[in-house]
Design a protein around this ligand. Structure first.
Ligand SMILES: *Cc1c(COP(=O)(O)O)cnc(C)c1O
Length: 449
């Protein structure tokens, strides 16, 4: 049974293999069906239909094997069919699929919460509860912060992305496609500047200080610090274009929050679980959030998300005030335990750093002779290039380059407020030769201009 032809996972041949054009004829047939069954609001980055995936490849219905630089948007950090995840889920599905943790609990939920309390930044006493999606985690973090502080205002940042539900799309900065036509938005959400080094008007050197001063000034003068329940921030802005806030910005904002009784919520939905070369991205500057939201990489693709934070905040909410029917489903909890074992035993935090050490120098070398590469940035296996029209900072559309990569069998994602960022999120288990081959494809795609 466990041959490459019947299973996904790391035993799939780790090779790029193009048998047809991309997408091939079977994928095109299926895509035509998709277009009549599914609304266009559900977009498609690369219309190949998948049969297997694992290690660093995705295999499609036409037999093509593509190099994966996307991990299903930073989800399959441990791979798409990681053996420890598969084993645990297989056993669990045969034992029981659901009881509802709020009706009759089970151990795996508690074990996931204990692990997150231990692994997230800070030695203080913590609590965790589980939900289904990143957006749900962020919504719940805000609920807890409002309840515990008795305040209403929530501060989010330029270029932020926090989800697609009413509150989280309100927290999200970018109108098209996330907010356009979906208003009215949730009240009491305020937006302040983010320290975006590449685009800071006075340049990167004073960016952290100036951006923090502006953000704090807006909070104190326009909202009133005493009215603010929470500040919600991604330690690296994901959908916004992998913007690493200039060093010093995050600690300054966290310190301001502490001094003013504001709950500092780190949204680590995209940056978490070894992705950036730390278990969580906040660790890079030693920032300890009051609440941290996690999802994406947490359970290898099974729907799971978590809210972890200071015990005094989370314990503030009355019994029955939090939860949901499926939150912490037993299959997803087993998957999360398998993910955490895999990260630890296969040393994936170190592996993420190794991926960055391969990718960053090659991308910087490309930047030296290719003027459309305006900026190369990122940490660990969360890397991006920001594209510009040569000699300017005007955005160059990343989708054009992404399409060329896709045609050559390299799956890359785009991002950015200006749609001009190519982002790379390879599974942490991708073999080095596929990383190198993917970078060569990317280099050609960039140079073709
Ligand atoms: C993806 C993402 C979300 C939303 O997660 P969903 O599971 O899609 O609801 C929230 N915050 C960040 C930073 C994300 O990257």
């Amino acid at each position: 049974m466990s041959t490459a032809t019947t299973h996904g996972g790391p035993q799939l041949p780790q090779e790029r293999r193009l048998l047809t054009e991309i997408p091939g004829p079977r994928s095109r047939e299926l895509f035509a069906r998709k277009q009549t069954a599914v609304p266009p609001g559900i977009g498609t980055t690369l219309p190949v239909f998948v049969t297997h995936a694992g290690g660093g490849v995705i295999v499609d219905v036409d037999g093509n094997s593509l190099i994966d630089f996307g991990s299903g948007i930073a989800v399959t950090n441990v791979g798409n069919a990681a053996p420890r995840v598969v084993e645990r889920v297989r056993k669990q599905v045969a034992d029981f699929t659901h009881t509802c943790f709020m009706v009759a609990p089970y151990e795996s939920y508690v074990a996931v919460c204990e692990k997150l309390n231990e692994l997230t930044p800070g030695d203080h006493e913590k609590r965790t509860f589980l939900v289904n999606s990143g957006a749900e985690a962020v919504e719940n973090a805000v609920k807890v912060a409002r309840h515990a502080t008795g305040r209403q205002a929530v501060v989010a940042f330029d270029h932020g992305y926090h989800g697609r539900t009413l509150l989280t799309m309100t927290l999200t900065a970018k109108s098209m496609p996330y907010k356009h036509g979906f208003g009215p938005f949730a009240p009491e959400v305020y937006r302040v500047p983010l320290a975006y080094p590449f685009r800071w008007p006075t340049g990167p050197d004073n960016c952290a200080e100036e951006a923090a001063a502006q953000a704090i000034d807006m909070i104190t003068k326009q909202i009133g610090a005493e009215n603010v329940a929470a500040v919600v921030i991604e330690p690296i802005a994901g959908e916004g274009g992998f913007i690493e806030p200039a060093r010093g910005f995050l600690p300054r904002i966290a310190e301001f929050c502490r001094a003013n009784g504001i709950v500092f919520i780190a949204d680590e939905v995209q940056t978490g679980f070894a992705r950036t070369g730390h278990m969580f991205a906040c660790e890079d500057e030693g920032v300890v959030p009051d609440i941290i939201t996690t999802a994406k990489g947490i359970a290898g693709g099974l729907p799971l998300a978590a809210v972890t934070g200071r015990a005094d905040l989370l314990d503030h909410v009355h019994g029955g005030g939090l939860g949901g029917t499926y939150g912490g489903n037993p299959l997803a909890c087993e998957a999360a335990l398998g993910v955490l074992e895999t990260i630890e035993q296969d040393k994936l935090v170190e592996r993420a750093r190794h991926i960055g050490e391969i990718m960053l120098p090659r991308l910087r070398a490309i930047q030296e002779h290719n003027p459309i590469v305006g900026d190369v940035r990122g940490r660990g296996a969360m890397i991006a290039v920001e594209l510009v029209k040569p000699g300017t900072k005007e955005p160059y559309p990343a989708a054009d380059i992404a399409r060329r990569c896709h045609e050559q069998g390299l799956l890359v994602l785009t991002a950015g407020t200006y749609g001009n960022v190519l982002r790379f999120l390879p599974p942490l288990v991708i073999p080095d030769h596929l990383l190198e081959e993917g970078l060569s494809i990317l280099e050609k795609a960039l140079n073709a201009d």
